[in-house]
Write a protein that binds this ligand. Structure first.
Ligand code: PEP
Length: 251
């Protein structure tokens, strides 16, 4: 049986004082959550702080983006090896904000996925459709294209060392959560598509849901058979909310 995973995506929020208080509250509030893993993906400047506060605890940490290159004249970029220097376990790749605002296409996302894995980081690959795409009934086509770009570059077996996150773009930061049934339908589609290539990889793969997940809807989402936890944006910044979401993920 797959274990649950809850990952916080702080986006571009935080400050050293508030981070310290939030992390300490999360550590204390989630102690003894056997069987569920949790992590927070923080802005680059706070990786060192996250490492020093979290390193002796059950909470892991990671980043929200990574360069597709390993080193060189790429001003402003951060390599996967640099993230490893700060003890990161995870890195989010392909978040819809990066696809939409920074022009990251599926091939670039695949290169980032590969760069992360090349140093032992676990990529958290985000896929998901916009509202227009859902209304045009092409959700599966969009998600398949995003997924296939990864499989083409790194091969199906590489997915075994990754985490997927289904994040309908229309649900991110909007307060509009996908219903458990809507989310389950896409999660099952993703798992099925992977199973068509490798059933073992598909069975073991954690597929998280992301998009306005909150304490009051997490339990019903996490109860669905193909939803293995959550990628949590806004609610990961509020200790009590995040702790309650982690609690809902307890097996
Ligand atoms: C996200 O940004 O990954 C996310 C899921 O955001 P929110 O929970 O705020 O919708």
């Amino acid at each position: 049986m797959r274990s649950k995973l809850v990952v916080g995506n702080w986006k571009m929020h935080g400050g050293t004082v508030q981070n310290r208080d939030l992390l300490n509250a999360v550590i204390a509030g989630t102690e003894g959550m056997n069987g569920t893993s949790l992590a927070v993906c923080v802005p680059y400047p706070y990786l060192s702080q996250a490492q020093s506060i979290l390193q002796a605890t059950h909470v892991r940490w990671g980043a929200q983006n990574v360069s597709q290159y390993d080193k060189g004249a790429y001003t402003g970029e951060v390599s996967a090896a640099m993230l490893m220097d700060f003890g990161c376990r995870y890195v989010i790749v392909g978040h819809s904000e990066r696809r939409a605002l920074y022009g990251e296409d599926s091939h670039t996302v695949a290169l980032k996925f590969r760069a992360a894995q090349s140093v032992g980081l676990t990529p958290v690959l985000c896929v998901g459709e916009t509202l227009d795409q859902r209304e045009a009934a092409i959700t599966e086509q969009v998600v398949a294209e995003q997924l296939d770009a990864i499989i083409e570059l790194v091969g199906i077996d590489a997915l075994a060392k990754s985490v997927l996150a289904y994040e309908p773009v229309w649900a991110i930061g909007t307060g509009k959560t996908a219903t458990p049934e809507q989310a389950q339908e896409v999660h099952a589609f993703i798992r099925g598509r992977i199973a068509a290539n490798n059933s073992e990889v598909a069975t073991g793969l954690q597929i998280l849901y992301g998009g306005s997940a909150k304490a009051n809807n997490a339990a019903e989402l996490f109860a669905m058979p193909d939803i293995d936890g959550g990628l949590i944006g806004g609610a990961s910044l509020v200790a009590d909310e995040f702790i309650a979401i982690c609690d809902a993920a307890k097996n």
